[in-house]
Design a protein around this ligand. Sequence first.
Ligand SMILES: [Zn+2]
Length: 342
Amino acid sequence: MAVSVAPWIAAQRQALARQGGHALLLQGPSGLGQYALALELARTWLCEDPQDHGPCGRCASCHAIDVRTHADLCVLMPETVMLDLGWPLPEKAQQEIDDKKRKASKEIRVDALRDAVEFAQRTSARGRGKVVLVYPVERMNAIAANTLLKTLEEPAGAVRFVLASEAAHQLLPTIRSRCLSHTLAWPAPEAALAWLQAQEVAAADAPVLLRAAGGRPEDALRWAQAGLTARQWSGLPQALARGEVAALADWSPAQAIDALQKVCHDLLSVAAGGAPRFFSPTDLPAPVPPAGLQALAAWWRELSDALRTADHPFNTGLMMEALVSRARAALHCARPVSPRRP
Ligand SMILES: [Zn+2]
């Protein structure tokens, strides 16, 4: 099912669709809708009957994008992302993965870049120009990045590029400088909440998950769709203090570490006299005495280290147990006298 276009994405599409320039870089932290905005721009540029507010949604071009078969749209993504977002892989790549010759790539492959160069040199099939959409553009190696750069330098014919990034600082400066840059706008919390509820996130879960996601609505939606509830998230710090490994069950190591970092962040923030960002104050254990700050800081550093190897754990179960045991120790060290609150 297609997620309806969020109002803050529609507003940015409208502003950007009128701009010139052949290469646009959409940047900002994850969860703000880089991909959605990039795809909407491609739809608008290629639409046969563009409206004031954006693409018509009815013409053959709009339809071809909806069913992922537009001859003038080239999508460059890591294979894992293409599969997640429902884009077909090239036949050869799909065959290799089906035959278990290799796994789906987590990077944008050099082969795919070469196909894009060829695409850029062809004439437009539908006569409304061509679009190359790259997402997330930081997920390519140096060879692929340089191939992209060459294509950006020599735009062949009527091809426009829309590059979407969740880590623009990792891009070659030469790529950034070739593009007109747009930083994704943060939606107002009310707009994000209304959108989440329109995507069938329960009214009780939406504000808690939006907060858990640091205000990034797409992340909150992804978590809701993965089954995370407000009750689970709010109960996480206390469950960790009790050493419950089940609190992190069903999460990937990277997601678990992200959640632990948020617990740690909020405890540090409260200890420094600030407000928690990802949890409600009542979710957290009692405030940390000054002696506990060092323990929290040490825990934070360990989590940052753990994140680097999270994609390749030696043994996921053992890693989760170790993470929870470490969390428990940090929470108790931070809170030597720890009566459980009702
Ligand atoms: Zn259309």
